[in-house]
Design a binder for this molecule. Structure first.
Ligand code: F6P
Length: 548
């Protein structure tokens, strides 16, 4: 297993970087009228234009060499073959099996996982059919009007993002809600307008021990029992998605109403499993399977296309180029579609929990950067908030602009404005505005020489800000599945180059441990532990002033 910095491609990239770092994309486009054709490609529904990046073909060739040198193809093959590439947890990484619509056998410990995957899909289909048709009755015999998903992290962000994205495909008489935060505001606000008689809870937790989810599940149970008054009501109003049968039973959920998944599905990669149940309830099982099919088609592309024609590989390598050579610390995700409102939050977990690591697979501390900070907002809102910094600030922020050519609505005028802004922003970020252009513009607008000299620098845009443009025809379940798989595999490519384990998350443990230790100190308003003076001081402040 090779560290990227020890490869010869890395050295080549360093000297190439010295040559290209000051090149302006404005000039690169002027010099090569074919740049768009060279640096764009399509696979299935996903069209990627990566020509507005600070690259030449030499850059890409060296990046592909890097991918070859770190044996990316072998690493991809290992994942698809079910090898235990999550080495610190000794687990396979098989979200690709969940959407393996070809149904070819995929083995874990010598056993084909596909029959189990298909059985759970069947169980989901039956359940969704019952809930959506009104055949699933609550304790008092009424059909379900509201489904509440109780989960956090991967058991919330993926299903929440997709359910919101596909809202146009969902019937209006069945509402799907998401509660994740342990802050009681989240669950109280959600439950205040619901009736226990017609509400069904999905407790979604791989471990079934996550503090926040279990607290919300207990509160939901109390709320239900307060009204319905009979423990037996729990089995008609609660189902679970988990790997932990024992804990599910302990909670009072009928194991018949438990949807299984497996330790080879990482939380942040789990929306394709039964964790996607709220999606399937909202849009129906057929559409859920279309989502899986779109992702599967992208999986096939990722594992079989040459690096030069491979969308996730290209996107992953571009990210390496900016993080490790340009030292970009962040990456913006900018969907120009309100339906993709939660995509940036979903990808924050996807990329930062996967690749926010500092230890190589061999256990050494890295001496290069890994995952950037992921952030973003839907366009055009972001333009009126943080785009100022992207255009004229001091930091390099690579960004992904994502849009659909055709909207799901018929408001043509709105959509044209949305797409005009999508195109204008990537153009403006790339081109910028020179001193001469700013000067000319101001004098054409009648500004005096003294005003021009006072305002000139404020009107200059350096440009040369890189972006990818990702275009799809329409937001459909299939297309969304393909888009999400692109990002999952992009994250895989980054992790492979950085030689880290993208599939564990040890870094979330310390805070959880300490919160468990501090909780009794708040409950009993007493300090039991030795803390640093700041933590002790804050604890004391809360305990002496809290009114609850
Ligand atoms: O805190 C991190 C994490 O373990 C995530 O990786 C996971 O998606 C989330 O918590 C929820 O975990 P669970 O599904 O076990 O409740």
């Amino acid at each position: 297993m090779q560290e990227p910095t020890n490869t010869s491609a890395w050295q080549v990239l360093w000297s190439h970087y010295q040559e290209i770092k000051h090149a302006h994309m404005r000039d690169l486009f002027r010099e090569d009228p074919g740049r768009f054709e060279v640096f764009s490609l399509q696979n299935g529904p996903v069209f990627l234009d990566y020509s507005k990046n600070r690259i030449s073909w030499e850059t890409m060739e060296s990046l592909f060499d890097l991918a070859r040198e770190i044996k990316l193809q072998d690493k991809i093959r290992s994942m698809f073959a079910g090898e235990k590439i999550n080495t610190t947890e000794d687990r396979s990484v098989l979200h690709i099996a969940l959407r393996n619509r070809s149904n070819r056998p995929i083995y874990v410990d010598g056993e084909d996982v596909m029959p189990e995957v298909n059985a759970v899909l069947e169980q989901m289909r039956e359940f969704c059919g019952k809930v959506r048709s009104g055949r699933w009755k609550g304790y008092t015999g009424k059909p379900v009007t509201d489904v509440v998903n109780l989960g956090i992290g991967g058991s919330d962000l993926g299903p929440r993002m997709v359910t919101r994205a596909l809202e146009d495909y969902a019937p209006p008489d069945l509402n799907v809600h998401f509660v994740s935060n342990v802050d009681a505001v989240d669950i109280s606000r959600t439950l205040q307008n619901l009736s226990p008689e017609t509400t069904l809870f999905i407790v979604a937790s791989k471990s079934f021990t996550t503090q926040e989810t279990m607290a919300n599940a207990r509160t939901a149970k109390q709320w239900l029992l307060k009204e319905l008054g009979d423990e037996r009501a729990v089995s008609e109003h609660f189902v679970a998605v988990s790997t932990n049968t024992e804990k599910v039973r302990e909670f009072g959920i009928d194991p018949e109403n438990m949807f299984r998944f497996w330790d080879w599905v990482g939380g942040r990669y789990s929306l394709w499993s039964a964790i996607g149940l709220p999606i399937a309830v909202a849009v129906g099982m057929d559409r859920f399977e279309e989502l899986l099919s779109g992702a599967h088609a992208m999986d096939e592309h990722f594992r079989s296309a040459d690096f030069e024609n491979n969308i996730p590989v290209i996107m992953g390598l571009l990210s390496i180029w900016y993080v490790n050579f340009f030292q970009a610390g962040t990456q913006a995700i900018l969907p120009y579609d309100q339906n993709l409102q939660y995509l940036p939050a979903y990808l924050q977990q996807g990329e930062m929990e996967s690749n926010g690591k500092r230890t190589t697979l061999a256990g050494d501390v890295v001496d290069y950067h890994t995952a950037p900070v992921i952030w973003g907002e839907p366009g055009t809102n972001g333009q009126h908030a943080f785009f100022q910094l992207m255009h004229q600030g001091t930091r390099l922020i690579p960004s992904d602009f994502i849009a659909f050519v055709n909207p799901l609505h018929s408001q043509q005028e709105h959509h044209e404005m949305l797409l005009a802004n999508f195109l204008a922003q990537t153009e403006a970020l790339m081109l910028g505005k020179t001193e001469e252009e700013a000067d000319r513009e101001m004098s054409e607008n009648g500004k005096s020489r003294s005003e021009i000299s006072r305002l000139l620098q404020h009107n200059v845009f350096p440009g040369n800000n890189p972006s990818n443009s990702v275009l799809l025809q329409k937001l459909t379940p299939y297309n969304l599945g393909a888009l999400l798989a692109v990002y999952e595999h992009k994250i895989f490519v980054q992790g492979a180059v950085w030689n880290i384990n993208s599939f564990d998350q040890w870094g979330v443990e310390l805070g959880k441990q300490l919160a468990k230790r501090i909780l009794p100190e708040l409950r009993e308003k007493k300090r039991f532990e030795d803390h640093d003076s700041s933590t002790s001081g804050l604890l004391e402040f809360i305990n002496t002033t809290a009114k609850l």
